[in-house]
Each structure stands twice: as C-alpha cells, then as structure tokens.
Design a protein around this ligand. Structure first.
Ligand code: F6P
Length: 368
C-alpha cells in the first residue's frame, strides 16, 4: 500500500481543512494509506508523533472548520539542508512515498527544492550511516504535489487560491458593518486589508462594496493622487453619499515606492482645508483569515485535493513538480516552478516600479 502524506504550510487559509479531508479520503478510496504531517515542515523535521496515520472518520466534519486543524508553522530548520536531511529521514522511517503540500508560494518552493535535493539527501543518509542502502531502496524518488492555500490570491497560473474568496467575503461583511456606522455619522473610513504584495483582495473588495477609492501595489496612482482622491470623494459627497470608504492594500505604495499608510490617508481626508471629513482607521487584520470557508473554497479545496492525490500517484522522477490550479473553471495540473517564477517576476516588477508589467503579469480582472 502506498503511503501518502498531506501537510499544510505557511499562513493558514479557509478551505485547508477541506483539502486535508479530500486528500485523506481520496487516498483511502484509492487503496492507499493516508498520513497527516502536523505543524507543516516543522512536523516533518520533528517526525515521531507529528506524522500520523489518518482514517476516513478522522476528518469527519472538517469541511466546515476554519483555519487548519493539522496546524501550520513557519519552519526555519527546513530552510537549511540539515533540517531537510532530518525531514527526509523521517519520511523514510515512516514509509511515506509521496507528499501533498498545501501552502503559499514560499512553502511550495521549499517543496520543489526538497524534491530536487532528494537523491543527494538519500546519499548523505547512507554515507553518514543514518539509514542503510536497503532502507532507502524503495524511496529513490520523491513525489510531491502542491496545492495553493492562501488568502492573498497571489500565485500566478491559477485563477483562485484556496481561501481567497472566504477572505474576500469576510472583508465585504466587515465593510458592510463599517458602512452602517460611517453613514450614521457621515464619516470617512480608511480600511486596510491583507494581501501582502498582492492587491487582489483590495481590488475585489473595492468592486464588491462600491468603495470610493482604493490603493493596490501593482497599480500605484499617478503623482496627483491626492487631488484625484479629493475630487472623486467630493463628487460622491455632492451626490448625497453620507459615507466614504477608502480601501488600502497592506502593500500599497506610490509610484516612487513610498508606502501609502492609513494615517497619511486619514490626515488627508480630515484636513480642515480640504474635505474635512471626520475620519477613522480600521485595520481588519486576521479576521480576514479566520472563520469558516465559503462554499467556493470548500468546493475548490475538495476538487483540488482529489486531483492532487491522483497527480501524486501518477508522478514520476521524470515529471516536473506540479501544482493543482483552477483555470477557467477547470481543475488542472501545472508546472509548479513556472508559476513560482512568474509570481516572483511580479514582485520584481513592482520593486523596479514597472507597474504596467506587474499588472499585466497579475492579470487581475477590472484592472483599469
Ligand atoms: O499570506 C497571508 C497573510 O495573511 C498576508 O495577507 C499577510 O501579510 C500575512 O499573511 C500575515 O502574516 P502573519 O499571520 O504571520 O502575521
């Protein structure tokens, strides 16, 4: 019986439990043994009880749970070869044939590196007498498949990452709450949303809530953005709007790379010689990541989990490491490192202030 392990890594995202449930059950359905690695790469390095066999009933009720029930961590040890050596040993000791990793681009890059290094890790385990030739024989190659779990929707090559629609729904709900109080007092609110270097959450939240103005990293405003913001909001107020909502992605910056801060925007909106709006700041923070997954993320996690098990069983040493994407409503396998490279290119384009390139690579809809 093949032993397939599943692990969640990096920041948690709603839908990860659906992924684990689907992988465990699909693995069992296909006659394999299912394992969970608890606490992400940390668990792989620690081994022992961190790697546990799972039965069908162990994941009962997991679809509607938020976060990740098998834990996640940002593991420093795995970034270094000695940590990966211990992780390789633990996998062999537990008899794990293949591993499915659900996480962001950093976690998935780590997975690809682990796979590439695998033959030399085995060599070292034998030469340092930690394992025998006999022990490593059945594990000559390592099959890994990635699933993208992140609220940021920042990975190139897939239309949606698992969790992004739940975070978006949560943001919209929170903005609705804020709007009620904003309207009552005729106030302005500057709302900061997550997304790291990606503006998808801010952009879509802006569309979905009808915000007055938004700021995202990939498309900084022209240098006259202060005047532009003022005139847009003035126009909305003249039309009778009693509330003003400005949504700022946490990675937002101006054309010259200076961070756009909530405080800076608050001061502008409140300026006595300008709009003179009574203004408050709300940083939504981790409420965006917590809570249960919306239907879309439960579905996405389940369908992609099922596909990941099939993919990891069909993988061979000759095939590139793949991840499971959703493209135009189809669940598809794609080369992982190409997507990671494209994602890094966006970050580089932003760093180089080449915003047209960043926006083109991101391919957000409603870009303009
Ligand atoms: O990547 C997910 C994310 O929530 C980002 O949007 C945010 O920048 C970051 O993680 C926050 O990380 P932490 O939970 O470590 O504060």
């Amino acid at each position: 019986k093949k032993k397939i392990a599943i692990m969640t890594s990096g920041g948690d995202s709603p839908g990860m439990n659906g992924v684990v449930r689907a992988c465990v059950r699909m693995a069992i359905h296909l006659g394999c043994e299912a394992y969970c690695v608890y606490e992400g790469y940390e668990g792989l390095v620690r081994g022992g009880d961190f790697i546990r066999k799972m039965e069908w009933h162990d994941v009962r009720g997991w679809l509607s749970e938020g976060g990740t029930l098998i834990g996640t961590a940002r593991c420093m040890a795995f970034y270094e070869r000695p940590g990966r050596l211990i992780a390789a040993k633990n996998m062999i000791v537990h008899g794990i044939d293949a591993i499915i990793i659900c996480g962001g681009d950093g976690s998935l890059t780590g997975a690809d590196r682990f796979r590439a290094e695998w033959p030399s890790l085995l060599e070292e385990l034998v030469s340092t007498k930690q394992l025998t030739e006999e022990q490593i024989k059945p594990y000559q190659s390592l099959n890994i498949v990635g699933l993208v779990g992140s609220i940021d929707n920042d990975l190139s090559g897939t239309d949606a990452t698992i969790g992004c629609y739940s975070a978006l729904a949560r943001i919209c709900e929170m903005v609705d709450y804020i709007e009620a109080t904003a309207s009552s007092h005729s106030r302005a609110f500057v709302i900061e949303v997550m997304g790291r270097h990606c503006g998808w959450l801010a952009l879509m939240a802006g569309v979905a809530t009808g915000a007055d103005f938004i700021f995202i990293p990939e498309k900084p405003r022209e240098d006259n953005w202060r005047e532009e913001m003022r005139s847009v909001i003035e126009k909305h107020r003249k039309l009778g709007k009693r509330k003003t909502i400005v949504i700022v992605a946490e990675g937002a910056q101006d054309r010259h790379g200076a961070k756009i801060t909530c405080e800076m925007l608050k001061d502008l909106l409140a300026d006595k010689n300008g709009l003179a709006l009574d203004t408050r700041i709300t940083t939504l923070g981790h409420v965006q990541r917590g809570g249960t997954a919306v239907a879309y993320d439960r579905m996405l996690g389940t369908l992609q989990g099922v596909e990941a098990v099939k993919a990891v069983l069909e993988a061979s040493p000759e095939t590139e490491t793949c991840f499971i994407a959703i493209t135009e409503n189809k669940i598809v396998r794609k080369p992982l490192m190409e997507a990671v490279r494209d994602t890094k290119e966006v970050a580089q384009a932003i760093d180089m202030h080449d915003f047209d390139k960043a926006m083109a690579l991101r391919d957000h809809e409603f870009a303009d």
